[in-house]
Design a protein around this ligand. Structure first.
Ligand SMILES: [Zn+2]
Length: 465
């Protein structure tokens, strides 16, 4: 048995080289407790997990020769986490003027993706995909940077969207173009008219693309009509609360049963409204986030100087946000009781919602709303993988699956906040331990603090370009 030690040196750059160094390495997680998150989810204590070429090759049995051994004593292994609702920064974004005025904003994709790595988020679902996201994804797949798997949805809206459709035939055409462009999913957006929305959902089914999204406001007063076959995933609890006649338990059940009858799944996205309510009260809720220093300087500036939730806020809107927060808890309880599958998503990238970190907030809120810790973990692992159609490859700790894995210092089934206590992660066949993560984060915070306030990172200046 050869024990290979990992150096703790920074790997923010030259990760491609780091990738090669570890290529075809076999890892053995020794003496670890496995929470497989399979349907039965029987915890396997003090076992060995062998990883060969980025796949789980054995659970239990002997440690093979010539492997890198990772001590798992007293630790807990879970599947990599999945955030089912994100908006990742990519070149050119964000800015309404892109691309017409040639805005030249470029991002270091490793800086963007590090926040997921640090938080054990091994898969993300991008809900406003752009062509640049394919390039971002390819950088990860090639191993040039470390980051999550990315599923891409093309957003189709009735106005003010990158893909606009105002008639059923435009809607069908938009779906077919998105399919041809390589997107896996379609996102329907708020301002679609009823007939166009229905045509998009129908065409997406014909093109074998699942549909996630908002309930367009055109359905107000007739919410049930939005629940057409193959409207597969509601992107926020807010989609229901915007349609609610009153914020009561009965209304929560009425709305939840629409999802149940239609076979639609739901991403509650509780953290979104909690964060919105907090920043509507005070920007300190953003400024004081421990993870704020890791946010790209341009977004730090935007979230403070052009915060859409804080500007023009008043006691009435704050009360409304608070009501939504409470109603969403009722909704989650109703969805759970009716057996509607829920997946975990955060709307990361929206102001005050930090990529990666927000998923742990979401898990915490789902438990507070009445899900068990196991149901909550399932929402961010197996169930999310199932909805995305990748459950044959990820979402559980099983032999043959990809080694998208998170090693935790403590048991998340006892306290969901233990998902934050990360000892190390496996991304794309690479083992990244806590020490490496901390160094990378420190470097990122330093880089951000040096850039903050420079013209290239001021939201007002970028908007003028
Ligand atoms: Zn969103």
């Amino acid at each position: 048995m050869v024990l290979v030690l990992l150096s703790g040196c920074g790997i923010t750059k030259n990760t491609a080289q780091g990738q090669n160094n570890q290529e075809k390495k076999t890892f053995a997680l020794y003496n670890v407790n496995v929470i497989p998150m399979t349907v039965g989810n029987e915890v396997i204590e003090n076992t060995t997990v062998v990883i060969v070429d980025n796949k789980i090759s054995a659970i239990g049995g002997k440690i093979p020769n010539d492997v890198m051994i990772i001590d798992g004593e007293g630790k807990w292994l879970i599947p990599g986490l999945i955030d089912m609702h994100v908006h990742n920064l990519v070149d050119g974004s964000p800015g309404n003027n892109y691309p017409t005025k040639g805005a030249s904003i470029f991002f270091d994709n490793q800086d963007i993706m590090l926040l997921y790595v640090a938080n054990g988020v091994t898969t993300t679902f991008e809900l406003s995909g752009r062509v640049e996201h394919f390039g971002q994804r390819n950088e990860i797949i090639k191993g040039d940077i470390i980051g999550p798997r990315i599923a891409l949805a093309a957003l189709i809206g009735g106005s003010n969207a990158s893909r606009v459709a105002t008639t059923p035939s435009e809607g069908r055409q938009a779906v077919r173009i998105a399919k041809g462009d390589g997107y896996e999913f379609i996102k329907v957006y708020s301002r679609l008219n009823i007939e166009t929305y229905k045509a998009i959902v129908d065409e997406a089914y014909k093109q074998e693309m699942k549909v996630v999204g908002h309930i367009p406001s055109a359905f107000e007063g007739k919410t049930e009509e939005a629940f057409v076959p193959h409207f597969s995933l509601v992107a926020h609890a807010e989609e229901f609360s915007k349609q609610a006649n009153e914020f009561t338990e009965e209304e929560a059940y009425r709305l939840a049963s629409l999802a149940k009858e239609n076979g639609s799944w739901v991403t509650p996205n509780l953290s979104n409204l909690v964060r919105i309510a907090a920043q509507a009260r005070s920007l300190d809720a953003v400024r004081d986030l421990p993870s704020f220093k890791y946010v790209h300087p341009l977004m730090q500036d935007k979230w403070i100087t052009a915060n859409q939730y804080n500007q023009g806020t008043n006691p009435k809107t704050i009360t409304y946000y608070d009501e939504l927060v409470e109603f969403h808890v009722l909704l989650v309880k109703a969805l759970k009781e009716l057996g509607v599958p829920m997946v975990a998503g955060t709307d990361a990238g929206t102001s005050g919602i930090v990529w990666g970190y927000s998923l742990h907030d979401e898990l915490n809120l789902l438990v507070d709303a009445g899900l068990t810790t196991e149901e909550t973990l399932a929402a961010a692992t197996r169930l999310a993988a199932t909805w995305l159609g990748i459950d044959d490859r990820v979402g559980t700790v099983e032999v043959g699956k990809f080694a998208d894995l998170v090693l935790l210092d403590e048991n998340p089934l006892l306290d969901i906040n233990n998902t934050r206590k990360i000892s190390g992660v496996f991304f794309n066949g690479r083992w990244v331990d806590k020490n490496q993560i901390d160094i990378m984060l420190e470097n990122l915070a330093k880089k951000n603090s040096e850039n903050i306030g420079k013209d290239d990172f001021l939201w007002s200046k970028i908007r003028e370009r």
